[in-house]
Every structure is written in structure tokens, then in C-alpha cells.
Design a protein around this ligand. Structure first.
Ligand SMILES: [Zn+2]
Length: 282
């Protein structure tokens, strides 16, 4: 009997030791952060999930030093999920440097390649980390706790020259708030996702292809019904973002943020409320 009592008190003591106090204090302040990093003309989005896991979507156009510095400033130790939306240099350009700078658990990319040096550097960096690329396509779920993170595109295969339409499109939902990250998906891919009845509804839309008129179709906007849109764009000769897209967003009453005018845009949500570090520009 006495031995049983001792055993019980040991179990009680162990329970207290084994429940880390950090998990108790975190429970009240669980927050999802989405950083649309200002990388000039290109995309790089860093998501800090409520349980502390890190997702990086694309790595900008340059040598990656800007993204690495930004992540270090955010005290990122490792990256659970890296996503290369498609092989274009303004998206994967910096990912090799990020791979060199941080431990990375998984890399996702669509099943399309490129002959560019930037893409070769990316593949080499993945190989040097002894990682194999996981296929990013509709219905693939990311292993991130506390949120729903699921690819809703691409829903089919495209010509290898149409790399934009191959873009991995990710929907992240935390509580009542959701985000849609579209890479450079253009009208064809947008229409295919809508036709395939993918769940595209989101509070925040990362505008496709830096505001090119061949993306962010009315068909997509009707399905997403965003309250906010973020355009990741820098100095460019393509006329991004186009007045067509800005007008479409306006006609659907979407509030707009721009990295070229406002720098890095940070969205913060506890699953109920959603705030930004700056006010919408339109
Ligand atoms: Zn792009």
C-alpha cells in the first residue's frame, strides 16, 4: 500500500515535470503571422504558424541574402516547409541561399522544371541538403499543426512553357481566417481551380503574377471573395501591377496592399481578428 502511494506521488510529480510550461503560456497567445517580404519584383512569403512552425513560399529574385537576413531577424531557426511555387527566377532565385542558411525539413514544388541557372542552383541546393522534392499539386496537405494548409492548385498539367500556370497555390486557414497564395497562376489555372470546385474562399489574396492583367480574373475574385489583396511587386518593365487588375480589385471592393509602395506587409491573426502592420493603400 505504501509502495503504491510512493508510486502515485512519483507519477503526479512526473506529470508536472513533463508538461512544459511554455505550452501553457502559448495557449493564450497563439497567433499566425504572414510576412509578404519586400523583395522587389518577385515573391517571398514567410508564414509563422501558431505552433511555431515555419513555412517559406518562394525566395525572391536576388541572391537570397535579403530573405536570409529577414528570416534571421525574425529569429527563424529552421524551416519546416519550403515551397517553390514555380521555377521562375523571381520566385526561386533566392531559395538556394535559404537552403544553405537554414535547416529545411521539406521542399515542395510543382512537377515542372526549367533550364535556367537559377533553377539549376535551386536543384543543387536541394540535393546538397539530401532532400527530395515533394510534389506540390491540388489536395496535397502540409504537415503543419494547428492550421489547415493545403494546396488547391495546380489541378492539372500544363505545357512546360506555361510555368506560371503550374504555380503551386496554397490555402492556409487558421480558425475563421484564411489566406490564398497563388504564385504566378494565370487565368487558365485560375479557371481550372474554380471549375474543379477547389475551396478558394479567403480573407487575404496574394495577387497572382505581381498584378499582371492575365491573372486575378473576375472568375477567381468571385470564388475567393477576398477582403484584402497583397501585391508583391517591385520596379519592373512589364507594367505590373496593371490598371486592369487594380480596377478589378476595386470593383470587387478589395482593399489592397503593395510591397513596392509599403515595404514588407505583415498580416497577423489569432483566428478571429485580422490585422496588418500598415493601412491598405487603396
Ligand atoms: Zn513572378
Amino acid at each position: 500500500m505504501r509502495q503504491l502511494k510512493v508510486l502515485l506521488s512519483v507519477i503526479v510529480a512526473l506529470t508536472f515535470i513533463l508538461v512544459p510550461t511554455s505550452s501553457i503560456s502559448n495557449a493564450a497567445t497563439k497567433t499566425l503571422y504572414v510576412h509578404f517580404i519586400n523583395v522587389g519584383q518577385g515573391d517571398s512569403i514567410y508564414i509563422k504558424a501558431p505552433n511555431g512552425e515555419d513555412i517559406l513560399i518562394d525566395g525572391g529574385n536576388k541572391d537570397g541574402s535579403d530573405v536570409v537576413a529577414y528570416l534571421k531577424k525574425q529569429k527563424v531557426k529552421d524551416i519546416e516547409v519550403m515551397i517553390a511555387t514555380h521555377p521562375d527566377a523571381d520566385h526561386i532565385g533566392g531559395l538556394d541561399e535559404v537552403l544553405k542558411a537554414f535547416p529545411v525539413k521539406s521542399v515542395y514544388a510543382p512537377r515542372v522544371g526549367s533550364t535556367t541557372q537559377a533553377y539549376k542552383d535551386f536543384l543543387t541546393a536541394v540535393k546538397n541538403k539530401k532532400l527530395t522534392i515533394k510534389v506540390a499539386k491540388a489536395d496535397v496537405v502540409l504537415p503543419i499543426k494547428g492550421v489547415s494548409a493545403k494546396f488547391v492548385g495546380p489541378v492539372k498539367s500544363y505545357n512546360t512553357s506555361d510555368t506560371n500556370d503550374w504555380s503551386a497555390v496554397l490555402k492556409v486557414t487558421y480558425g475563421k481566417k484564411s489566406f490564398l497564395f497563388t504564385g504566378d497562376a494565370e487565368t487558365k489555372a485560375e479557371t481550372d481551380m474554380v471549375k474543379a470546385k477547389k475551396d478558394l474562399r479567403a480573407d487575404v489574396l496574394k495577387v497572382g503574377h505581381h498584378g499582371a492583367k492575365t491573372s486575378t480574373s473576375a472568375t477567381l475574385l468571385k470564388a475567393v471573395k477576398p477582403s484584402y489583396a497583397v501585391i508583391s511587386v517591385g520596379k519592373n518593365s512589364y507594367g505590373h501591377p496593371t490598371s486592369e487588375v487594380l480596377n478589378r480589385l476595386k470593383s470587387y471592393k478589395v482593399k489592397v496592399f503593395r510591397t513596392d509602395k509599403q515595404g514588407t506587409i505583415i498580416a497577423t491573426t489569432n483566428g478571429t481578428t485580422l490585422t496588418f502592420n500598415v493601412k491598405p493603400i487603396y
